[in-house]
Design a protein around this ligand. Structure first.
Ligand SMILES: [Zn+2]
Ligand SMILES: [Zn+2]
Length: 323
């Protein structure tokens, strides 16, 4: 199984402004100028030597994650990131007009829906688009996206075949070699995470969540979402300070994810759902604060013989990983 992050921003698509692009180019040229005083770096080598957030940035598209193997493609949510994924699907000549596309919905906040009207495969006759969700109003919520005057084509006019599947909470469903189980997160309206199992590897998608239930007892029947996990995506919309001030806003921070990952021995964590109000520099600062927190926790865990070599980062759009 592989995971590709097509949208990592929370709440609202967040493109760089022209001034931000200008400032980034200016800073890079200035740094390159200074670096050339002491070495003969090529521009490409210079860019490679920098942290990715200073060159690529974290990305601006909202929630969309692809989970796939050679035969099966599963998509989590239809945020603005799904538009580019749709373009990639359209480039695969084998699936033109014959694609079977499976979209697992976590919930129906705008940042998880907003890309669906721009997901080109939905407009191709012959394609089958399957939507899955735990919520009773799954169909109603997807239909509403394609409603005049918010979108010029009504749901009934969509050329592809659209099929809705209601999932039972905490009950696995099979897709090829994947077994996928929904677990409840701590988020308004509400939101469901997904645990993917494939060839003895586990990926858990834990976004959007405030993680108001922290202890194993509080997590209760939803604890398996975090157990025996190789790779986890986790909601780090806020810095730790912001999260402590924004109670009931539905989002979490890096240190909370570190605590859960350390306790449950998750092998790797990708922090996503970055706040639209956060610049790349601010997200990087939140990552540094999380690093300081992690190192303090790691020291006491090591002293007790409980450290397990956790890997983690604040993830950027376009990352592809194998759990
Ligand atoms: Zn969201
Ligand atoms: Zn949400």
């Amino acid at each position: 199984m592989k995971i590709k992050l097509w949208g990592i921003r929370g709440s609202l698509p967040t493109p760089l402004t022209p001034l931000q692009v200008y400032n980034r180019v200016f800073d890079l040229l200035d740094k390159y100028d200074k670096a050339r005083e002491t070495s003969k770096l090529t521009p490409a080598d210079f860019l490679k030597s920098l942290p990715e957030h200073e060159t690529f940035g974290y990305g601006g598209h909202t929630s969309c994650v692809e989970v796939f193997d050679a035969n099966t493609r599963l998509i989590i949510d239809g945020g603005s990131g799904i538009r580019l994924l749709g373009n990639e699907i359209m480039m695969e000549s084998t699936s033109l007009g014959r694609a079977q596309i499976h979209i697992l919905m976590t919930h129906f906040h705008w940042d998880h829906l907003i890309g669906l009207p721009f997901f080109t495969p939905i407009f191709l006759p012959g394609n089958e688009i399957h939507f899955y969700g735990v919520q009773d109003n799954l169909e109603e919520n997807i239909r509403r996206v394609f409603t005049k005057p918010n979108f010029p084509m009504a749901f009934e006019q969509l050329p592809s075949k659209i099929i809705f599947h209601k999932l039972a909470p905490r009950t696995p469903v099979k897709f090829g070699k994947f077994s996928v189980t929904p677990y409840k997160l701590d988020h308004p309206d509400p939101c469901w995470g997904y645990r993917f199992e494939h060839s003895n590897k586990v990926f858990s998608h834990c976004v959007d969540s405030e993680c108001t239930r922290v202890s194993r007892e509080q997590m209760g029947p939803d604890l398996p979402l975090y157990q025996n996990v190789d790779l986890m995506t986790f909601d780090a919309q806020y810095s730790f300070m912001e999260a402590s001030e924004r109670i009931n806003w539905g989002h979490s921070s890096g240190p909370t994810g570190i605590d859960i990952a350390m306790r449950e021995k998750v092998k790797q964590v990708l922090f996503i759902h970055h706040d639209p109000a956060s610049s790349d520099a601010k997200i990087s600062r939140a990552e540094q604060q999380t690093r300081i927190y992690y190192e303090s926790v790691l020291e006491s865990a090591s002293n007790q013989g409980l450290a397990h070599g956790l890997r983690w980062c604040f993830a950027h759009e376009g990352m592809v990983l194998q759990p």
